[in-house]
Design a protein around this ligand. Structure first.
Ligand SMILES: NC(=O)c1ccc[n+]([C@@H]2O[C@H](COP(=O)([O-])OP(=O)(O)OC[C@H]3O[C@@H](n4cnc5c(N)ncnc54)[C@H](O)[C@@H]3O)[C@@H](O)[C@H]2O)c1
Length: 342
């Protein structure tokens, strides 16, 4: 049986969402919706989508999808989730960031509960084969016990930050950190839909002693030779017996003590994004079919990462470490924004 799936939003990111269906057997793309008729028609023709709609409620009523992809800017999240819940949708794939602030995240969590929705947030990289390979290197202890991590991205903490935090948590087995201590400079200008500090440096300490420094900054040292902010993304791990790394659109690998040269493989973004998106999407179907196979990017994990973002904001504001679980004032993002603009 294949689940009936529909996509809301036919903008830049919707391409990989729709293309992923080419090679899926447990899910079928039946419809797409965009209020921009031209974008809708272009996407429909390019990906062979049978049902095309300019109104979400019309699409939900007519197509009765099992799964809705929400591929809209981050201010447009709760509305479509509620419409989908009311229409009987079972699974939601929603783009990152899951929310821009505390109240939005709380509303989404409440809607998931109210309608019994299985929600996965589209930080698809953990399903890419390169990232799976790095996780295996770490899980097999090939570099010994992890001691120190450095993660960096050039997009801000709400644009590339969700990918960076998701991969960090994936590689560290989704263990919640113990504390965060962060600082920031300036507000971001270019990620206008994702307003956040331009430069954030955060130190997370985990209960097992691992320390992770995370840098989301427009001039962070990331992928050699890449200009676009979305391609500048890396994580480096130092262990008791060696080091491992994932550098987007460059390479990933490891080198342990006693190895004369590293073992590495290329990380071509064009293919890795597509395989990651396809396997991420397949995992939603597997979760819908079997509660015992929860999605790696399920809302619980994403909200834990969102809490890491919120605690980072609180630490920037307080100028001291914040402990987890963090109880963060709902308006912390607006408070930090005001302070950074002064
Ligand atoms: N996972 C990734 O790797 C990745 C990459 C790029 C962007 N993103 C995320 O994807 C999201 C969308 O980004 P984008 O660049 O595709 O945005 P976009 O602005 O290009 O496209 C959004 C589309 O949604 C449509 N839309 C919005 N509200 C609608 C409604 N109520 N009814 C019908 N249509 C509606 C708009 O008309 C537009 O065409 C963002 O949150 C972004 O952060 C994720």
């Amino acid at each position: 049986m294949a689940y009936r799936c529909a996509v809301l939003g036919c903008g830049g990111r919707s391409g990989p969402h729709m293309q992923a269906y080419k090679d899926l057997d447990n899910m079928r793309l039946v419809a797409a919706c965009d209020m921009d008729e031209k974008r809708l028609q272009n996407a429909g023709a390019k990906f062979g989508v049978p049902g095309l709609y300019t109104n979400l409620d019309d699409m939900l009523r007519t197509e009765k999808p099992d799964v809705l992809h929400i591929v809209t800017p981050p201010t447009i999240r709760e509305g479509p989730i509620e419409q989908a819940g009311r229409a009987g949708v079972k699974g939601i794939i929603v783009e990152k960031p899951v929310a821009l602030n505390g109240p939005q995240a709380a509303t989404i969590a409440a809607l998931a509960k109210q309608y019994g929705l299985k929600i996965a947030v589209n930080t698809q990289r953990r399903y890419a084969s390169n990232c799976q390979a790095v996780r295996k290197i770490l899980a097999e202890n090939r570099i010994g016990d992890i001691v120190f991590v450095r993660g960096a991205a050039r997009g801000n903490i709400l644009s590339m930050g969700p990918h960076l935090l998701d991969l960090l948590q994936f590689f560290l087995n989704d263990l919640p950190p113990k504390t965060v201590w962060a600082c920031a400079h300036g507000m971001n200008g270019y990620d206008y839909n994702h307003p956040a500090p331009a430069k954030v440096l955060a130190r997370f300490v985990y209960p097992n002693g691992v320390t992770a420094y995370i840098e989301d900054a427009d001039d962070a040292v990331c992928t050699p030779g890449e200009e676009g902010f979305w391609q500048n993304h890396r994580l480096d791990f130092w262990g008791s017996k060696g080091r491992a790394w994932y550098v987007q659109n460059h390479d990933c690998g490891y080198q342990a003590e006693g190895m004369a040269t590293p073992v590495a493989e290329p990380t071509p973004w064009a293919t890795e994004d597509l395989t990651g998106q396809r396997e991420f999407t397949r995992a939603m179907g597997e979760w819908l079919a079997d509660d015992r196979r929860p999605h790696g990017n399920r809302l619980d994990n994403s909200l834990q990462q969102f809490n890491m973002f919120m605690a980072t904001m609180l630490s920037i504001h307080l100028r001291r470490p914040v402990e987890f679980p963090a109880n963060v004032p709902a308006d912390i993002v607006a408070t930090v924004e005001k302070e950074l603009k002064q």
